[in-house]
Design a protein around this ligand. Structure first.
Ligand SMILES: CCC/C=C/C(=O)SCCNC(=O)CCNC(=O)[C@H](O)C(C)(C)COP(=O)([O-])OP(=O)([O-])OC[C@H]1O[C@@H](n2cnc3c(N)ncnc32)[C@H](O)[C@@H]1OP(=O)([O-])[O-]
Ligand SMILES: NC(=O)C1=CN([C@@H]2O[C@H](COP(=O)(O)OP(=O)(O)OC[C@H]3O[C@@H](n4cnc5c(N)ncnc54)[C@H](OP(=O)(O)O)[C@@H]3O)[C@@H](O)[C@H]2O)C=CC1
Length: 267
């Protein structure tokens, strides 16, 4: 049972123009829907038009949502899509949410597997952020990078992903310093387990049986809506003095045994 997650004033994000990567599913969709509900206009970005369109069909005001079909690993396409979005609407918020990994011990990660996960979770977020910078600087906007609960302590089975998200944390803190002069803020949000469809298969059952029950002191998964409310808070005026932060939203998992994607971690 999750408590009611909506705590912000109805107009908390009125006038904000946002770009959310991975807006067609899971956490990115929840963030998009909440931002629109709070008055923002949002461009969703992802590789599949159908799921991005479906997010629009669920939005409180469809007029304040559009989307760009784009692979964040395609630098040229990213520069074009972010440029179009910024030119159309300006950019007061970028949410780097698109990401993911396969789960394997480090010895089971090939050079190609390493590259795929680093490209998606580190390099692509850098590309999107750099393309967004001129618009963010003009608006005095902010960036929220969706990270992982294990980013500071490690997570078995996720060497590539934790390495990428640690890189993002370093990038976040460095850009928070470099771009403060422009009024641009950057923060990371580190969810624990969030039972999105991405975790609905075998890995999802492992997550449910082990990570939630045994790895999360609060003994439940984080709801996508809880992540969305935190992102909206950081983007709005109440978050105006917050920059360079990592905020965990993981039921205390980073303090407890941690979240691990190898069964032997819980043997
Ligand atoms: C704390 C909670 C936990 C977190 C939860 C979440 O994040 S939930 C959100 C989660 N959502 C998701 O995670 C989304 C699902 N994940 C994905 O879509 C993909 O894993 C990807 C985006 C990371 C890579 O995409 P891509 O199109 O680039 O992949 P590709 O097929 O072209 O392969 C590239 C390389 O990777 C290798 N390889 C692949 N799988 C495995 C494996 N199981 N084992 C070993 N290796 C594997 C493959 O062999 C190849 O290497 P090679 O042969 O060249 O040496
Ligand atoms: N669920 C969880 O327990 C946790 C998730 N996270 C992180 O939160 C983020 C969202 O996860 P979640 O909602 O669960 O997972 P989903 O798989 O549902 O969301 C990932 C989204 O990113 C998009 N995406 C993936 N690759 C690309 C790409 N190359 N270019 C553009 N878009 C892409 C996908 O859309 P499409 O495939 O159509 O492009 C999808 O909408 C990820 O970074 C994930 O690692 C962090 C901690 C825990």
């Amino acid at each position: 049972m999750t408590a009611r997650t909506s705590v912000l004033a109805d107009t908390a994000c009125a006038g904000l123009s946002a770009l959310v990567t991975g807006a067609g599913s899971g956490i990115g969709r929840a963030i998009t829907l909440r931002l629109v509900e709070l008055g923002a206009r949002v461009t969703g970005l992802g590789r599949r038009a159908e799921t991005l369109a479906e997010t629009g069909s669920l939005a409180a005001d469809r007029e304040r949502y559009d989307y760009e079909v784009c692979d964040v690993r395609d630098t040229e396409a990213v520069v074009a899509a972010v440029g179009r979005t910024g030119a159309r609407h300006g950019l007061g918020l970028l949410v780097n949410n698109a990401g993911g990994q396969f789960f394997a011990p480090a010895t089971g990660i090939s050079a190609g597997g390493w590259r795929a996960v680093i490209d998606l979770n580190l390099t692509a977020a850098f590309t999107v952020t750099m393309a967004a910078y001129p618009f963010l600087a003009e608006a005095g906007g902010s960036v929220v990078n969706i990270s992982l609960s294990g980013v500071e302590r490690g997570g078995m089975g996720m060497a590539h992903s934790v390495a990428a998200r640690s890189g993002i944390l370093g990038l976040t803190r460095t850009l928070a310093l470099e771009w403060a002069k422009d009024g641009v803020r950057l923060n990371c949000v580190g969810p624990g387990t969030v039972l999105t469809s991405a975790l609905s298969d075998e890995a999802g059952r492992h997550v449910h049986d082990n990570l939630v029950a045994r790895g999360t002191p609060m003994r439940r998964a984080t709801a996508p809506e809880e992540v969305a409310e935190l992102v909206a808070f950081l983007a709005g005026p109440a978050g105006a003095m917050m920059t360079g932060q990592l905020i965990q939203i993981d039921g205390g998992a980073h303090l407890g045994p941690g979240l691990h994607m190898l069964p032997e971690a819980y043997a």
